[in-house]
Design a binder for this molecule. Structure first.
Ligand code: HBI
Ligand code: FE
Length: 286
């Protein structure tokens, strides 16, 4: 820990925690892992992922040939919404993460999971980050939301309300669902990059599906080790951006300081309940 308390980067890692992706160093087996993961998702996401995601996949030429080169990806993405993708060794300190987002740089893990880890890994790898998160950044509204999130993150850090803002990220950017004329669709990266959760989040009667509300989300705990027990549903990406930009976080953080946290499976009288989950999956796993 350096003098100012911020974590200093490990040797060989820049002050902003970025590293060269070293695209040439990926092995054929690593590229094959990407192809396997990509092809599994490409089969099940039409009709499940939102249009912004599917359009983003196409616009970026993200396909099944292998791990994308982030420099070429950033050229395409930059022309669309000004975002770039930068390689990092793994999770980076919160302040570093927020600063990247506030400057339209998405930090993506360089490594890819091993063939025996296809279904779950705890750290975000290049498939979770580049396949899961990056296509949404081609949507101008979501691109603005992610930058606003980064700017809000730096403020929340200073106010000691990071854990509330982390929940907003979790229940939108990672595990968000949206309502469309054709039904519920996925926009969260944690779902869209997971074969099993892509099905579970939309179709299983086990989890709650509740209408998005900023304060409600910021009070709600989340799971990092298994499928979510509650998913929050937005009416549109525009709604998410508008609510975030229009929220006066000062008074909201004061309210949150006095409001008790809510359990992962809570359903409150004031909730807009789309699905009151049976929680059978979570009980079977308990
Ligand atoms: N670092 N590389 C990386 N990716 C993340 O998603 C990430 C991170 N650091 C912090 C973090 N996420 C969360 O703490 C914030 O979303 C709150
Ligand atoms: Fe993520």
């Amino acid at each position: 820990m350096s003098a100012d308390g911020a974590l200093s980067p490990p040797p060989g890692v820049a002050a902003d925690w970025t590293i060269p992706q070293g695209w040439d160093a990926y092995t054929p087996e690593e590229h094959r892992t990407w192809v396997t993961l990509y092809e599994r998702q490409a089969k099940i996401l039409p009709g499940r992922a939102c249009d912004a995601f599917l359009n983003g996949l196409k616009a970026l030429d993200l396909h099944g040939e292998g791990i994308p080169d982030m420099r070429r990806l950033s050229e395409k993405l930059g022309k669309l919404t000004g975002w770039q993708v930068v390689a990092v060794p793994g999770l980076v300190p919160d302040a570093v993460f927020f600063d990247h987002l506030a400057n339209r740089r998405f930090p993506a893990g360089r490594f890819i999971r091993k063939p025996d880890q296809l279904d779950y890994l705890e750290e975000p790898d290049v498939f979770h980050d580049v396949f899961g998160h990056v296509p949404m950044l081609t949507d101008p509204v979501f691109a603005d939301y992610m930058q606003a999130y980064g700017q809000g993150g730096l403020r929340a850090l200073n106010l000691g309300r990071l854990h509330n803002l982390a929940r907003l990220y979790w229940y939108t950017v990672e595990f968000g669902l949206m309502e469309t004329a054709e039904g519920l669709r996925i926009y969260g990266a944690g779902i869209v990059s997971s074969r099993t959760e892509s099905i579970f989040a939309l179709e299983d009667p086990s989890p709650n599906r509740l209408g998005f509300d900023m304060a409600r989300v910021m009070r709600t705990e989340y799971r990092i080790d298994d499928f979510q027990q509650t998913y929050f549903v937005i009416p549109s990406l525009r709604h998410l951006l508008t609510v975030t930009v229009e929220t006066d976080f000062g008074p909201l953080y004061e309210y949150l300081a006095g409001a008790p946290d809510l359990a992962v499976d809570a359903v409150l009288p004031g909730d807009r309940v789309l699905t009151r989950g049976a929680q059978t999956y979570a009980q079977a796993r308990a």
